[in-house]
Write a protein that binds this ligand. Structure first.
Ligand code: 2P0
Length: 351
């Protein structure tokens, strides 16, 4: 090994938007969820995090920059990811002493989100997924996507779903150590390739209540929450997997909208109440309802969902591009409360 050799690996990870929401932890140290969740991985050239991890004897300390700004990596969650990846590399080096000693070197991690902050998208999912995969590649670890999802989960819960492509579930898991709280593929993107999404930006401002804090408050104070976690979500997970396997958009849409509303009802039931949706968000709900009411038997052709913020993601099928995306683009163009849209025709990402 050359004295000053630099080792480097790069990767991408996509944004995912849940249709059955993760909200609540049963163990905040290990980042274990109170319920399972399911998401669709979005693909558009500019909806991803690109991360390069490098190490050499010359790197003085572990560091992470995101869009050229230095990030604090001293938090327990980032440290848990780094510690676990280094331990796996150390195991490899112990078994094969001819390998370069990367585990002992400091890491320089450089990330870029190829979507503007103004898109109002949660970036921690793609961010941690890319960070974990870049380091695993750098260390040449022979780990499965399941292993990567378990590590990424410790950085940010939703990140475990961004390690895979297509339609992805995160199982709650039963073991106290979290080893079975991992993501799995429900269906590849190619199974239902005509799924599309449009993102409507009602506000690009940072949210008032972070997801981590909000979900802790909900777990501590909402009477609706336990019912959601124990009764509502387990049934919905099964129904949603079936809807995806059957490419049944009607069921997919109804479940998606109900689950978004159930999650936001739990937020409202939190003390103090958490309001993530605003009047513009509610206008998007009414617009979806209006579009769906024009269909024979009012069969839904679009489905809204809202995360911990006011921005809407609307799912639809390619055949309804003009009606759904066209209508939403027109109202966003009116500037009535909307700050913009982040593209239409966003496809499901395959990896
Ligand atoms: C989700 N959200 O399933 C839900 C829906 C927000 C609403 O996952 O504390 O940033 O880092 O594990 O993953 C946001 O939660 O929270 C989230 P942490 P995370 O996508």
């Amino acid at each position: 090994m050359a004295e000053n050799e630099i080792y480097r690996a790069s990767t991408y990870a996509p944004v995912n938007i849940a249709v059955i929401k993760y909200w609540g932890k049963r163990d905040s140290k290990l980042n274990l969820p109170s319920n399972a969740s399911l998401s669709v991985t979005l693909s558009q050239d500019d909806l991803r995090t690109h991360t390069t991890a490098s190490c050499s004897k010359e790197v003085p300390e572990d560091s992470l920059t995101l869009n050229n700004a230095s990030q604090d990596i001293s938090g327990a969650r980032t440290q848990a990811c780094l510690r676990e990846l280094r331990a796996l590399r150390q195991e490899m080096e112990d078994k094969d002493p001819s390998l370069p000693k990367l585990a002992a070197m400091k890491l320089k991690i450089v990330s870029e989100n190829n979507f503007p902050t103004a898109a109002g998208l949660a970036s921690s999912a793609a961010g941690f997924a890319a960070l974990v995969r870049a380091i695993a590649n750098l260390y040449q670890l022979s780990v499965s996507p399941t292993d990567l999802s378990r590590i990424a989960r410790q950085g940010s819960g939703s990140a475990c779903r961004s390690v895979l492509g297509g339609y992805v579930a995160w199982q709650k898991g039963e073991k106290p150590d979290g080893s079975d709280s991992v993501a799995y593929e429900v269906s590849p993107a190619s199974h239902w390739p005509d799924m599309r999404a449009i993102i409507l930006v009602a506000s690009a401002e940072k949210k008032d209540v972070s997801s981590t804090a909000g979900m802790q408050q909900t777990v501590a104070s909402s009477a609706l929450f336990q019912h959601r976690a124990d009764e509502v979500v387990p049934k919905r997970m099964k129904a949603m997997e079936k809807a995806i396997h059957n490419r049944d958009f009607e069921s997919f849409a109804v479940l998606t909208m109900k689950d978004s509303n159930n999650f936001h009802a739990c937020c409202l039931d939190t003390q103090p109440p958490i309001f993530y949706m605003n009047d513009t968000s509610k206008a998007a709900i009414r617009m979806c309802e209006a579009i769906n009411s024009t269909q024979p038997d009012e069969k839904p052709i679009c489905a809204y969902t809202f995360d911990a913020g006011p921005n809407a993601v609307v799912y639809y099928l390619a055949e309804h591009e003009d009606l759904v995306a066209g209508t939403f683009k027109a109202i966003v163009g009116d500037k009535t409360g909307w700050e913009g849209n982040r593209g239409q025709n966003i496809k499901v990402r395959s990896e």
